[in-house]
Design a protein around this ligand. Structure first.
Ligand code: USQ
Length: 396
């Protein structure tokens, strides 16, 4: 049975990923230090519904499915914690069978501070983001170098690494012809936040490690994700992933639906022409699975753009309004001064064929999908706190 290690297994994507692979017969280990939960408590972000601890969720999963997800609570920024996952000294905080599962065939690396606004709140939060994200990646690369050169690392990057250049965005690489000579380089990266910049730095670290130590890595340039329902979360309500709608950890679609449900005018930042590539959380799981099933070759850094469609902020707002109104909500769209520094009108034409070529079937943000999101969020309406929706963290 193939063993998969999910770093950051308590997060918005980590927990659904763990269940997804467990359900398909993989042996799964999750590792997390509860960074996200603690940050939500520290910053008082509010949550749509409470989420059981990682250990409680693993137990519920086992009760409901008979499948084991081993849990390690630990900080991957510590090299010893990271290395223990490969050299057998690991201590599981919860497992049915606590013997070492062996060196993983696949590692999914989500263990990073994921919020752009968080990284720009102040020096302290910028520093946490830089130190955590780069150190975890570096620790993983060194552990792989020393113990697991054959292990396939699937790293979550972001479309935001590329920024919004005035040329088509390729999948990771760019062929350049210069003074009559040709070579292929990483596509130019110019991130718009410190969080996104850590992902650029991760890519550089990874590319170095691939060239130097012949590691095999897939780097996924993912756009903003929406939704929270997956096949596995439907098994038991308590298995649902964390859902944020606040300014710091909530992504735009999840935020707008929540705003629509409580009659808070949709917070379009500035002109609303900001265009990004989006995907449903169910498609994130498909992408990771297909990437795991068709691993990168030894010495290969394979890069995919992990999005299914592109939409502007105004597109998302209009769709939210249309569907929300049909459901009887009073949905107003309100442009507010942009707290971020970003292009509000720009060219955006990314390529994103690679994942579909390895078998991913895209889903889109249709009226039906939006309608379902509304119905899910409506059932937690009483938990929604208006005071956390917009605090106006300035980026400059
Ligand atoms: N936006 C609004 N109003 C809001 C919230 C966001 O107009 O209330 C705009 C933002 O200004 C931005 C766009 O919507 O232009 C997307 O913002 P977001 O908060 O949904 O996403 P972002 O900060 O870019 O970060 C999220 C995830 C991050 C991931 C990234 C993918 O938090 O982990 O890497 O999406 S990407 O955007 O492609 O870089």
């Amino acid at each position: 049975m193939s063993h998969i290690l999910v770093l950051g297994g308590d997060g918005y994507l980590g927990w659904p990923t763990a269940m997804h692979f467990s359900n398909r017969g993989y042996e799964v280990t999750v590792v997390d230090n509860y960074f996200r939960r603690n940050a939500c408590t520290e910053l008082d972000t509010g949550m749509l519904y409470p989420v059981p601890t990682l250990i409680e969720r693993a137990k519920i999963w086992y009760e409901k499915t008979g499948r084991e997800i081993k849990v390690v609570i630990g900080d991957l920024a510590s090299p010893e914690t990271m290395r223990s996952l490969f050299d057998g000294r690991v201590r599981y905080q919860w497992a049915v069978n606590s013997s070492f599962s062996g060196i993983p065939e696949t590692v999914v690396h989500y263990a990073e501070q994921p919020s752009a606004p968080y990284s720009l709140m102040d020096y302290q939060h910028a520093d946490i983001t830089l130190v955590n994200n780069l150190r975890v990646t570096n620790n993983l690369l060194w552990a792989a170098r020393d113990y697991a050169r054959d292990t396939h690392i699937i790293k979550l990057g972001t479309m935001g690494e590329y920024g919004t250049p005035n040329i088509d965005i390729e999948e990771g690489w760019l062929d350049v012809e210069h003074k009559g000579r040709k070579d292929t380089f990483l596509f130019p990266r110019q991130a718009g936040s410190l969080y996104h910049t850590t992902k650029v730095m991760d890519t550089d670290l990874i590319w170095f490690a691939v060239r130097m130590w012949d590691l095999r890595v897939t780097d996924l340039m993912q756009g903003p994700v929406y939704g929270f329902e997956t096949d596995e979360s439907m098994i038991d309500d308590r298995l649902k992933t964390i859902f944020n709608y606040d300014e710091i950890f909530g992504t735009i679609v999840n935020r707008f639906v929540t705003q629509g449900v409580v009659g808070y005018p949709l917070t379009v930042y500035g002109g609303g022409g900001q265009t990004r590539g989006y995907l449903n959380i169910k498609d994130t799981l498909q992408c990771i699975q297909k990437a795991a099933e068709t691993p990168a070759r030894q010495s290969e850094l394979r890069i995919f753009n992990q999005i299914m469609e592109t939409l502007s902020v105004n597109d998302v707002a209009t769709l939210t309004q249309r569907v929300g109104q049909k459901r009887g909500h009073d949905v107003e769209i309100k442009s507010i001064a942009n707290p971020r520094k970003e292009a509000e009108e720009h060219y955006y034409n990314p390529t994103y064929q690679g994942l579909q070529d390895i078998g991913v079937e895209p889903h889109f943000l249709t009226d039906e999908v939006m309608d379902r999101l509304f119905s899910l969020v409506e059932s937690y309406r009483d938990n929604i706190r208006k005071d956390v929706i917009f605090k106006g963290i300035k980026w400059t």
